[in-house]
Design a protein around this ligand. Structure first.
Ligand code: SF4
Ligand code: SF4
Length: 383
């Protein structure tokens, strides 16, 4: 993006400030009245409109990068709320693109070490447990064709227990599903956008695309919402990318499927930004909870108004103190529901929300819950 293009986009923001506030008619109390995780925790410059003016200043040359501006930029979780909210109004400030561009153009010396390390997310872990899937009938694409595959990304490739749960669910579906087991596909991650490494991310996705096309893959089931959102956005393969949550919801629709009643007490569900706002999948987790007969108590802020847990944007890596504060904000809402179990659908939300978890509220990954309801007897996987 040229400076002129950045300026043109940043000028869309007239600092109306509406994206800082919540959209529901009723706000439980004043502490709940803002929506941007960094804006509600810090102050003006950290709010979306502050960040948009930062972009304007940089594009116009009125502001020069320094440590303070870098601190503001890396306090944002890239949750997408401001982008999404602005589109609902009379303007459209493409704040996601602007924030990604700022992270791409900031001089290297102001980039925190933890953010630079996000390039490592392109390394495939040495431990490859994808072979576990073969025990559940999943074929290695190197040995046989499959038009539907599971994307074995870095959030699951070394997690044998999680792969067993997923394999069990796939077997229950009776569908022929493959996976690039012996030669895994290159990993992808939104962390690369947080680090300003968009070109590297696109190169990784181009490599994935060529292998999907060569193997004739039409549908890709994706476990991690962060992988899902970037694959949906950048892939040119023509394949359809489906979340594991949607796959489970569709499976549970089948009359042939019998489910066990689970003892989870009242449950509430946290919408991960990359499954919800970025991939528009709000319905599947709720269909699952309904089909499993769970006693659901929704948070007052849910769906496209869901509050980010604080894990995104590299904040958890770079500013763990802030990520904890953001998680505490979400916990205030979780606790207000009176739920005994919090369900999530993202390993990163799961990890960030684990800090500050009250002892009387359990947490579970919705995929694990589906596996158990279908009769999976193995140990519950840690996400
Ligand atoms: S991003 Fe949109 S909603 Fe937010 S302050 Fe700017 S114009 Fe207003
Ligand atoms: S992306 Fe999220 S955290 Fe960042 S400015 Fe927008 S609402 Fe705030």
């Amino acid at each position: 993006m040229t400076k002129d293009e950045l300026l043109k986009k940043a000028l869309c923001c007239n600092r109306c400030g509406t994206c800082r506030g919540v959209v529901q008619d009723e706000v439980p109390d004043v502490a709940f009245s803002t929506q941007c995780p960094c804006g509600m925790t810090l102050f003006g410059a950290y709010e979306p409109s502050g960040l948009m003016y930062l972009a304007r200043g940089i594009a116009q040359g009125d502001l020069k990068w320094n440590d303070d501006l870098a601190k503001i930029l890396y306090s944002c979780t890239m949750c997408g709320y401001c982008n999404d909210f602005c589109q609902r109004g009379y303007r459209h400030t493409p704040s996601n693109e602007i924030l990604e561009e700022l992270r791409a153009i900031i001089p290297d010396k102001f980039k925190p070490k933890a953010i630079k390390s996000t390039l490592k997310t392109l390394d495939i872990p040495r431990t490859n447990c994808l072979g576990v899937l073969a025990g559940y009938g999943v074929v290695d694409v190197a040995e046989g064709r499959a038009s539907t595959i599971l994307f074995g990304d870095n959030t699951i490739i070394a997690n044998a227990a999680k792969l067993k749960e997923i394999g069990f669910i796939i077997k229950k579906s009776g569908k022929k599903v493959g996976c690039f087991i012996s030669e895994p596909l290159p990993p992808v991650s939104t962390a690369l956008l947080n680090g300003g490494f968009r070109a590297e991310l696109e190169a990784s996705i181009a490599a994935i695309d060529s292998r999907l096309c060569a193997a004739g893959v039409k549908t890709v089931i994706v476990y991690s919402p962060e992988s899902l959102s970037v694959l949906k956005r950048f892939s040119r393969s023509g394949a359809e990318f489906v979340s594991i949550t949607r796959f489970c919801a569709d499976l549970l629709k089948s009359k042939k499927i019998k489910v066990k009643k689970l003892k989870l007490g009242a449950v509430t569900y946290h919408d991960p930004c990359h499954l919800g706002r970025f991939s528009k999948e709000y319905a599947a987790p709720r269909e699952i909870m309904k089909r499993l007969g769970l006693d659901v108590v929704e948070m007052w802020r849910k769906g496209n108004n869901s509050l980010c847990c604080g894990a995104g944007g590299g904040v958890n890596l770079n500013r763990p103190d802030l990520a904890k504060k953001y998680a505490d904000n979400r916990w205030r809402e979780i606790k207000a529901t009176g739920a005994q179990t919090l369900l999530t659908a993202c390993v990163f939300c799961n990890a960030n929300l684990h800090q500050g978890r009250p002892k009387n509220i359990a947490m579970a990954d919705i995929t694990s819950v589906v596996a158990q309801a279908l009769g999976y007897a193995g140990k519950e996987a840690r996400s």
